[in-house]
Design a protein around this ligand. Structure first.
Ligand code: SAM
Length: 285
């Protein structure tokens, strides 16, 4: 009898006497349609190396392995790795290497980052923002990231002015994110409370700012969003601890009104603020 993905996953967990872990965000993909959408949108080539975060029981992993040269999968849960390695052996899949560890900790130590790679993942909720940041800030960024994340988080990442937020600026400083499609919560087991979305993040070929100015950029952005409902000038004054009059002219010279809120600023506005900032304040800590 051919089992559907949900029955297959339940069967596997039962066979190995393992329960899905809530803490690790284990909501397994059980919808073939969603799996196919991810694979198609990842735009994979036979020579590609894919780094998969959280392969779980391998629903995506096996499909990825058919399409690319190598899959480097990083899974935190040792009990799932035992199952996954066994199943990959039974299926005679030879181009998947599973590494045990926390993706936020093992990059470039236990797991060297390849020269050229794409990231694919059905991410646990708690890991979304830190994992995206980790890869966008890496010395060798991925060519693309194809991710399943919570619907609201996807919308926040792709937001535009006047609805920007800290996460959107942090991602859009490095990359161009796009929502590919939405995925119903019914596509996962155990079923989460919230629908999801497939997003694709493609890092820019060259950085928008030098490494030294990047430090100022994020210092200013974080200060600007420190109290998102408040006017930009007050947030900058409070957090950067610099003269308020001078902030007024800094904003004016950057073509930004003092009464604006951080959510109304585009990436270009933040870049302008950063570049003009140094001529006003020199170095600051
Ligand atoms: N890829 C599988 C799928 O689509 O069915 C599982 C996705 S599930 C949403 C998230 C997976 O990430 C789980 O297997 C979980 O154990 C793993 N995980 C959670 N935290 C992790 C971390 N810090 N590093 C690596 N994997 C992690």
């Amino acid at each position: 009898m051919h089992l559907g993905p949900k029955a297959a996953i339940k069967n596997l967990l039962k066979k190995y006497r393992v329960q899905p872990s809530k803490g690790l965000g284990q909501n397994f993909l059980i919808d073939k349609g969603a799996v196919n959408k991810v694979i198609k949108a990842a735009d994979l080539r036979l020579e590609d190396v894919v780094l998969e975060i959280g392969p779980g029981l391998g629903v995506l992993t096996q499909k990825l392995a058919e399409k690319v040269k190598k899959v480097m999968a990083v899974e935190k849960d040792p009990s799932l790795i035992r199952i996954l390695n066994n199943e990959l052996r039974i299926m005679k899949v030879k181009n998947v290497k599973v590494t045990q560890g926390d993706i936020l900790k093992i990059l470039n130590s236990k797991l060297p980052i390849p020269n050229s790679y794409k990231v694919v993942a059905n991410l646990p909720f708690y890991l979304t923002a830190p994992a995206i940041r980790k890869f966008l800030e890496a010395d060798t960024q991925p060519k693309s990231m194809l991710l399943i994340v919570q619907r609201e988080v996807a919308q926040r990442i792709c937001a535009k002015p006047p609805k920007m937020n800290l996460l959107a600026v942090s991602v859009q400083f490095y990359a161009d994110p796009k929502i590919i499609s939405y995925v119903s919560k019914k596509s996962f087991w155990p079923q989460p409370k919230i629908d999801a979305a497939i997003i694709k993040i493609i890092p820019y070929k060259s950085a928008l700012l030098s490494a030294s100015l990047r430090f100022y950029f994020f210092k200013i952005v974080r200060a600007g969003f420190s109290q998102p409902r408040k006017q930009l000038i007050n947030n900058l004054f409070k957090k950067l601890k610099v003269d308020k009059m001078k902030i007024g002219s800094w904003l004016w010279e950057s073509n930004i009104q003092s009464s604006q809120r951080a959510e109304t600023l585009s990436i270009k506005d933040w870049l302008k603020l950063t570049k003009i900032f140094k001529s006003y304040y020199g170095n600051f800590k």
